[in-house]
Structures are given as structure tokens and as C-alpha cells.
Design a protein around this ligand. Sequence first.
Ligand SMILES: [Zn+2]
Ligand SMILES: [Zn+2]
Length: 486
Amino acid sequence: MRHRWLVTVALGLATGCMRSSETTLVRDAAEAMGGPSKIASVETLILEGSGEAFNFGQSKSPDGELPRFTVTELRRVIDFPGGRWRQEALRTPMYVTANPPARQILGVAGDVAYNLSPTGAASRASARTAVDRTAELYHHPVGILREALGTEANLTNARKEGGRDVVDVTIAAGATYTLHIDETTKLPVKVVSSTSNPVLGDVLMETEFSDYTETDGRKLPSVITSRLDGDTVAVTRVSAATINGDTGDLGAPADAAAASTEPPVAIEVSEVAKGIWYLTGQSHHSVVAEFQDHLVLIEVPNETRTLAVIAKARELVPGKPLTHAVVTHHHFDHSGGMRAAVSEGLTLIPHAGAEKFVEDVVQRQHGIEPDTLAKSPKPLIIQTVEGEMVLEDEAMSIALYPVDGSPHADTLLMAHFPRHGLLVQADLYSPPAPGAPPPASYPFAANLMENCTTRGLKIENLLPIHGRMVPMKSLLDVAPPAKTGG
Ligand SMILES: [Zn+2]
Ligand SMILES: [Zn+2]
């Protein structure tokens, strides 16, 4: 460190009062966009347009393409000095899902990230989401250049990468953004920064800018492409930009601001049969089964809930070790607790098609936000299900089956309790709350039925990971007859 500091001082002396190459790069970029004072005077920006969004962590197969939404009526309002933005858009899924098109409203104001439901109910997103959404302010040429031109940013490490000029911009708040500038046009083409994903750990956020057009004396990109860990997560095509227009109220909704970023885990326990506990209480339920000398857990949605559910299982049956965790499928909201389960010494049981995914997730670096596994590393112990896996002794029996041919995911496991006529499944039918009318049909139900009937499973009740326990009959009600002949 000391050596590097001396070198920096020496370079500083050598260049004297000349502009550093970093400053030159930044000023040239601002010049290309209309001039440093013009860029510095952009306080708010309203972007309207359309594009695509991609459902990160929800690909059909672990290394397949991300499911896509068509995005219309998009309006993003950014207040750079206020550290706030809000986006509204209509997202229409272009993949098989039970979810209809929906108007999405989300934003950030200071350290409050929030989501608004179509009915106007506000909820607070995690602290990490607030950090990521704040970072998005600087993943726009105006946002990063406003900072880079100011007196508080630290510009370092000017270099060439792949025919581009590159400079690191550390903003006053401390985060560093790498700005890539086209050598010829001098326009910003990309901003890169690091963040932490609960499942993947340390990942890169990248935003690319192209198709610059002029608005009010400034050149602004009209195509903005965002990537996370190398996957394209959004493409925005701006059809209209307004500089310093009326932004309306960009404050965080009071309900969201007052809410906690880490709501307490709620676990409700019901023993649905002797030795089988349904652990509900939030969006993702789990099931614990008691064997003669050990316990098995089904469903590990995320770290916090998985640790709580593991603790609850140990509390329910203190005398028997919890040894295995069944992973229902690779979707991030159902596999986000795998690392926590490994850190607690559990053997993971995923579908064979998820084996590489599980190995990758368990060995990933979580240096930015160390999770339990990063803090106390343990080796992965894994048993995969190919055709069928039966866990059985005198006290309990569970048969694990791949759900073949599901349009939802290629790595789904369902768990059948043959002695109790119970079936645990995730996402293939999520019954509505009691009293609410069931849907006319459910897109994955017919395939689930087929998987059950071809195996001749005796099922009286469904124990869904989402929703509530319902009779098997309710699956028939939402499963249109399966198509024959493929
Ligand atoms: Zn899923
Ligand atoms: Zn789900």
C-alpha cells in the first residue's frame, strides 16, 4: 500500500497542474454529451418507453434463457441530487405462468426501496435492494458523469479495455463504478459495479448505453441494456426523455418507510399427520417429516426462513437430528436457502438436473455480504434424484419423483407420502386463500396430474409450498384434461 501511495504521489508531481487522464476522459465524455455544465445541470430525468424485462433466477432449466416480459407504458422518473427514482411499467409475461400481466411500480428514496402493488399497497424491499436501486442512479451516463464531474468523486485507474477508455469513479458515498467510454465518439457505453445476490453472492451489475439521441441540447442513450451476473435482465428503449420536468412526488410511501427491511420470520406449525409438520406463515412453506432416528426437511426458500425452519424442526423433535433437505427446484426463491442448509450440515437432495447448479451456488464467493456458509464453510453433501428416491423406515416413508415435462421448470421434485396420501409440490398448483374463488384453470396442473396418475400415486391431500393444504380434488378442478399425443 505504502509503495503504491508513493507512486501515486510521484505521478501527481510529474503531471503537475496538468489534468489527469481520468479527468480528461470524464470531461471529454461530458463534452460529447453536450458539455459538462449541461450535464451537471440535469437534475431530473423522465424516461418513457418500452422494452423487455427478464425474470432473473426463474429460468426453466438452470442454464436456460430467462423468462421474458414485454414491457410497455414504461415511465422512469429520476431525481439525481435527491437520490430517488420511481418506475412504473406494464409487464406482460411471454412465458407460461399463472401470473397475469401486471402494472409494476417500484422505486427508491434514500435508503428506502419500495414496491407498490396494483391496489396501491406499499411494501418495503430489502436493504440490499435499496443499495442496488441507488446504484442504478449511477448506471446512467448522466448520473455517473454528474458525480465524476463533481469535486467529491475520486477518479482512478484510467486504462484501455477492449478498445474503450475506462475509468473508475468512486462516488462520495463510497461505491465505485467503472465507466467505459467509446474511444471515437467519447460517449459513455457502459457502467459496471459489484453487488451481492442472495443466491449467487458477488456479482457484476452492468448497464450498456447505445443509440444516443439529442434531448434539449444533451445526447442521451435511447437503448439501455442491464445485465446481472452476465444475464440480460432488462432492455429499455426510450421514446421520450424530459430533462428537469415535473417529477411529481418521488418520496417513499409512508407505509414502506415505516416498515422494517427485515420483517421477522413467522412460522406457524401444524402437524398434518403423525410425524409430518407443515411449517407455514409466509409465502413459502416447508414440510418436516420424522423418521425413526432422523428428520427430513422439504423446501429451503431463502437463508433467513431456512435457518428459522431448521431451528423449528429441531425444537419440534429435539431428540432426532435433521439430516436432509429436499430442494423442490432450482428457482432462486426455492433454492435460496441451500447454502444455509449446507452450513447447518444438511445433505441436499435436488433433482439430478440441478446438480451442477447446486454445486455452483454452494461454491460461489459471498465476500460482499457474507452469508452463514461464507462465515462458516462446510462441504456440500448431495444426493440427486434421477428416476425416483424412496426415503423409508418403519416410522415414515417419502417417495421423491421428478415432475417430468412440466412447463414450469425442468428440475422439479414432488414428494409423495404413500402412507398418508399426501403430496408436496411447489408452484404447480398454489391454492388461493380460503373463501377466494379458485382459478378456472392452472397452467401446470394438468402436467402435475399426469405425473401423479402415470405413477399411480394415491393422494388425498395436497401440501403446496405456496397456499394451503387442499384436497386432491381441487387439483382436478383446475386441471383441464391433458392433451393426448404430445
Ligand atoms: Zn418456480
Ligand atoms: Zn414458487
